[in-house]
Design a protein around this ligand. Structure first.
Ligand code: MF3
Ligand code: CO
Ligand code: CO
Length: 256
């Protein structure tokens, strides 16, 4: 069942989305060579608490940390750790989700550490473009599969693959709710978009030819590409409006 949000719920989702965006902005300057992903986790946890919110990932189905940090061939759900030190040339997706006044805001970006290989830089930029192409396809009255169609059309130009195992999701009082948003074209997403729906668009793009992923049997969470290729991801939480969309996790750009 897809929840159509009321005006009151939309106001709360805007606040949660904005806080998640501010959290990513806050952490960005710390995402540097020599820093452990545990340190990033701790800073995020502290910022979230100071803003009267809760880190949604912590204890979510047993997830042990406050954010997800996915380095290089880690596709998603990477667990922050003291021993995972960012190094020159790495890429790392930092995925944050806050709960503010009972509502979730979910967003992620892939950051580049120091001197990143040109091919990997391109992958990261195109993963971001893919997310925006998907978001731009959203309009009330259209089908949800337009999102995957637009992403596939764009990503098809490159020798990449789109992860199919994980998708975007409805979000609100619950972290993950209907609909499941596919980032490739599928009739399974023949769902009519309506004003007041809120969901995430979060394509995971693998540099290699395989969209297949594998979950670590050691920690039960870390998802990596099967072929060891690098993977990049960006995520926004969006609201379907009469006009098209409103990105709830865009954040306010403050010009100093
Ligand atoms: N933030 C992720 C998403 O975009 C979900 C992380 S679930 C966790 O849906 F348990 F790994 F934190
Ligand atoms: Co997320
Ligand atoms: Co999400």
């Amino acid at each position: 069942m897809i929840v159509i949000k009321t005006q009151e719920q939309i106001v709360k989702m805007r606040k949660a989305g904005n806080l998640a965006a501010q959290l990513l902005n806050y952490i960005e300057p710390f995402v540097q060579e020599g820093v452990s992903t545990q340190h990033l986790n701790d800073l995020c946890e502290e910022f979230t608490q100071k803003n009267g919110a809760i880190s949604a990932p912590l204890n979510y189905h047993g997830f042990p940390k406050s954010i997800c940090t996915s380095i290089n061939d880690v596709v998603c759900h990477g667990i922050p750790a003291e021993e995972d030190i960012l190094k020159d040339g790495d890429i790392v997706n930092v995925d944050v989700t806050v709960i503010l006044d009972g509502y979730h805001g979910d967003t992620s970006r892939t950051f580049m550490i120091g001197d990143v290989d040109e091919k990997i830089k391109n992958l990261v930029q195109r993963a971001e473009n893919a997310m925006y192409r998907g978001i731009a396809a959203v309009e009330p009255g259209k089908y949800l599969y337009e999102v995957g169609k637009a992403i596939e059309k764009y990503i098809g130009k490159f020798d990449y693959s789109i992860v199919q195992t994980y998708g975007g999701h409805g979000i609100g009082k619950k972290f993950h709710e209907d609909p499941h948003v596919l980032h490739h074209f599928s009739k399974d997403n023949k769902i009519r978009l309506r004003e007041g729906m809120i969901f995430t668009v979060e394509p995971m793009i693998n540099m290699g030819k395989s969209y297949d992923v594998v979950t670590s049997s050691v920690d039960g969470w870390t998802v990596t590409t099967v072929d060891g290729s690098v993977s990049a991801q960006f995520e926004h939480t969006i609201l379907v409006t009469s006009e098209g969309t409103e990105i709830l996790t865009q954040g306010v750009v403050i010009i100093a």
